[in-house]
Write a protein that binds this ligand. Structure first.
Ligand code: PLP
Length: 402
């Protein structure tokens, strides 16, 4: 009989969104007519930009013609036309990344979860708490030791390193899911300094970089000096261009990123990751890569910006409500997430239950993202405008009544 990787048995059984779904179903069974507004799961709702759809259709048509048909992609790391487009995009963000340092993937989640394959199980992993659950889960699956850096009210939910503690691999996410906080340039410089002093690698998740409006906030870790020797960046078109159902993202591993093997030889992280991907990943479909490339054209950028602006306006409506009610929050600016403190010091799940029961609005309890999330709550700006306004009117009444 095969033996299990029993680390899986140690994972949290009730995944956050399964728990939420159960509670909603129970509520619906008791209140079949309730008009539920969902502001919980961080999925986008606006359709894909027309220029992107056109490019995908063109890519499909090419697949139906012998002369332009495409089978397996040679490298599986993405077509040059897309890698060049991403490289040009990085230039506009202020980062010099060559196309061969970019690998196209089916979204950030896969690489965030799979990157652990190339690192030994004896590494010490540092995760900011609260965090996107993939960082913790993918390391627990291999039985790695995880330590946490606290993001909390005192530091504006932007955890900073403790130099007295050693880590080998560090996960950072800015703009952050779930807290909506962003790291400043000097904070990122500190993290890179800490990584250098510890010979550590930073895995930087910039899935929400397109929501940054503040010119002084870096949209890539590679805008910071020294990042190329210490960092891997993962980004995605999911939230930038509505690709959650299309699946396309990119990971940047600079040539300068090297790690020492136990025999002291220097190993290129990019080469090892390329070797791993070559064995386990066959690339992203051609039509989707055509669509992704259209995102980076001038017209594509103009069209996706309209959708992002719509979500940003929702975020402003939610933030303004919190400000008006005197509810403490982070995010909303530079981020589609609003992370607020539950009124009257209520617990996250307690407040979830109250919101569902009293105003039929669903959010995400902060406790589901780590211990520092207890007592906090996440709302997303990815919904419809009218529903967001309606939810905030209900929310106002609720908070004023308690
Ligand atoms: N990283 C963060 C912080 C996220 O919140 C998400 C999705 O919600 C992802 C990565 C994964 O996105 P995708 O796999 O759709 O690119």
């Amino acid at each position: 009989m095969p033996r299990l990787n029993e680390n899986f048995l140690k994972l949290e059984k009730n995944y956050l969104f399964i728990n939420i779904a159960k509670k909603i179903n129970a509520f619906k069974a008791e209140n079949p007519d309730a008009d539920i507004i969902r502001m919980g799961i961080g999925d986008v709702t606006l359709p894909i930009a027309p220029v992107v759809i056109e490019a995908m259709k063109k890519g499909c048509d090419e697949m139906g013609v012998k002369e332009t048909f495409k089978g397996y992609e040679d490298s599986g790391a993405g077509y040059d036309f897309l890698k060049n487009a991403v490289s040009e995009y990085y230039k506009k963000l202020g980062a010099d990344i060559s196309p061969n340092e970019i690998r196209i993937n089916d979204g950030a989640k896969s690489d965030c979860g799979n990157i652990v394959d190339i690192f030994g199980n004896d590494n010490i992993i540092l995760v900011t708490d609260p965090a996107y659950p993939v960082y913790v889960d993918s390391n627990l699956m291999n039985g790695r030791k995880i330590i946490y850096a606290d993001s909390n009210e005192e530091n504006g939910f932007a955890a900073m390193p403790d130099y007295s503690v050693h880590a080998d691999i560090i996960y950072l996410c800015s703009p952050n899911n779930p807290t909506g906080s962003v790291y400043t340039k000097s904070q990122l410089e500190t993290w890179i300094d800490y990584a250098k002093k510890n010979n550590a690698v930073i895995i930087y998740d910039s899935a929400y970089e397109a929501f940054i409006t503040d010119k002084d906030i870096p949209r890539s870790i590679f805008c910071i000096d020294g990042a190329k020797e210490t960092c891997i960046e993962m980004c995605s078109l999911s939230k930038t261009a509505g690709f959650t159902g299309m699946r396309c993202g990119y990971t940047v591993i600079p040539d300068a990123l090297k790690v020492k093997a136990s025999d002291e030889t220097e190993v290129s992280v990019s080469q090892i990751w390329g070797r791993r991907q070559g064995s386990k990943f066959n690339g992203v479909s051609y039509p989707v890569q055509c669509a992704a490339a259209a995102v980076f054209t001038d017209e594509g950028q103009k069209q996706i910006r309209e959708n992002i602006a719509y979500y940003q306006e929702n975020a402003r409506i939610i933030s303004d409500t919190m400000t008006k009610l005197g509810v403490k929050f982070t995010g909303g600016i530079n981020s589609p997430y609003i992370w607020f403190k539950c009124p009257n010091n209520m617990g996250s799940w307690e407040f979830f239950d109250l919101m569902l029961k009293e105003i039929a609005v669903v959010g995400t309890p902060g406790a589901g993202f780590g211990k520092n999330g207890e007592g906090w709550f996440r709302l997303t700006a990815f919904g419809d405008r009218d529903r967001t306004i309606e939810a905030m009117q209900r929310f106002e009444k609720l908070v004023e009544s308690i």
